[in-house]
Design a protein around this ligand. Structure first.
Ligand SMILES: Nc1ncnc2c1ncn2[C@@H]1O[C@H](COP(=O)(O)OP(=O)(O)OP(=O)(O)O)[C@@H](O)[C@H]1O
Ligand SMILES: [Mg+2]
Length: 348
């Protein structure tokens, strides 16, 4: 938005090149690259231990990098940490607000921490309570807030100085769907106001909903960088999906689907589900439906679906995200292998 008076960062609010961070033998970041365009929400997506929080801590100057280079709002995080701090906000993975104080008192306290002075701190608190829809709860103790309200208060606290760049580390982890939706709304409002947001998440759906661009991180490196749709296209477009009534029918369904698919079908035994990438969507669907009917296979559901980011993750890393793993536990090692094969088969 050019509101920081600095030039020469080419439309990027955040740039990182070859970031390294070691903890003993462990390489938390291992040549990590990132480029976040001004005025966008950028998702940093990865499983537990991928290096998301480490990246956010380096970019927000909380810890030092061991190698590489990073700028935020055009300022070097290693050489100009104070200037960087004046332009950023940070909401950590764990809520930072005080339970005993009211929402308003919390925000006033943060305002004074940022040297706003009593009157301006009060004024800013009132504005933020309004913006995050917390006016009604403003004078209640935070101990009585719901998870979603608390997260919104956290967001408000990180916005005291209207940052150019806001870092949100897993802002909705542990929230129920409704609170999650409320936080998403707040983030959209911030970006409409000109803030750039770097959002880390383990939720593929969250990155899909909020971010215009996603960097996938695994083992301290960026392994993909694209739009949500671009990532989905990586997996090879639409998939046909068949759910059968009898699990014993799965091998037959795999055979039938394999005839029309553009890659090896995957079977999810736990859910009695078979799916595979297809190119000629409609003819694939009609042929599979007709053949299964002819063979007397009882089909519960059949359809075409866009690949999810779970599919993307499997494709890129050869392993699934934890959430997806929990959803269908059986033969996960086997499945990861199949994912690799599909990847090669479809890579034309
Ligand atoms: N202070 C530390 N000391 C030692 N190892 C650390 C430290 N901080 C992070 N690590 C290790 O570095 C790796 C990356 O951790 P990081 O917290 O950045 O992951 P993350 O992607 O944020 O994971 P999560 O989704 O669980 O929050 C992990 O293996 C972690 O155990
Ligand atoms: Mg983390």
């Amino acid at each position: 938005m050019g509101d920081d008076g600095h030039h020469g960062h080419d439309g990027y609010a955040v740039r990182a090149e070859g970031l390294e961070k070691r903890y003993g033998e462990k390489r938390a970041l291992d040549g990590f690259d990132l480029a976040v365009r001004e005025g966008t929400v950028h998702g940093l997506l990865g499983p537990n231990g991928a290096g998301k929080t480490t990246a956010v801590r380096i970019l927000s100057t909380l810890i030092r990098l061991d190698g590489g280079r990073a700028t935020v709002a055009g300022l070097d995080v290693a050489r100009q940490p104070r200037e960087v701090r004046a332009r950023i906000g940070l909401t950590g993975q764990y809520a930072a607000v005080d339970e005993v104080l009211t929402g308003r008192q919390n925000l006033e306290m943060f305002g004074r921490l940022f040297h706003l002075g009593g009157r301006r701190a009060k004024l800013r608190a009132t504005e933020l309570l309004e913006q995050f829809d917390l006016t009604d709860a403003a004078d209640r103790g935070v101990g009585k807030y719901s998870g979603g309200m608390r997260r919104r208060l956290d967001l408000a606290a990180s916005m005291i100085l209207a940052p150019t760049v806001l870092f949100l580390d897993e802002p909705t982890t542990g929230l129920d769907p409704r609170s999650r939706g409320e936080v998403w709304e707040s983030v959209r409002a911030l970006v409409a106001g000109g803030t750039t947001v770097l959002l880390t998440t383990q939720y593929l759906e969250e990155a899909d909903k909020l971010a215009s661009h996603i960097t996938v991180i695994d083992q301290g490196r960026a392994i993909a960088d694209d739009t949500p749709d671009g990532l989905k296209n990586l997996v090879g477009g639409d998939r046909i999906e068949v759910v059968v009534a009898e699990r014993s029918d799965i091998p037959r369904v795999v055979k039938v689907v394999a005839r029309v698919s553009d890659g090896e079908p995957e079977a999810e035994e736990g859910e009695s589900r078979v799916h595979a990438p297809v190119i000629d969507r409609v003819s694939a669907l009609t042929e599979v439906a007709r053949t299964l009917q002819d063979e007397g296979v009882q089909v519960e559901d059949i359809g075409l679906r866009r690949p999810s980011l779970d599919d993307v993750f499997l494709r890129l890393t050869g392993h699934r995200t934890e959430k997806a793993e929990q959803a269908d536990k059986p033969d996960k090692a086997d499945k990861a292998e199949k994912g690799q094969k599909t990847q090669k088969g479809a890579a034309v």
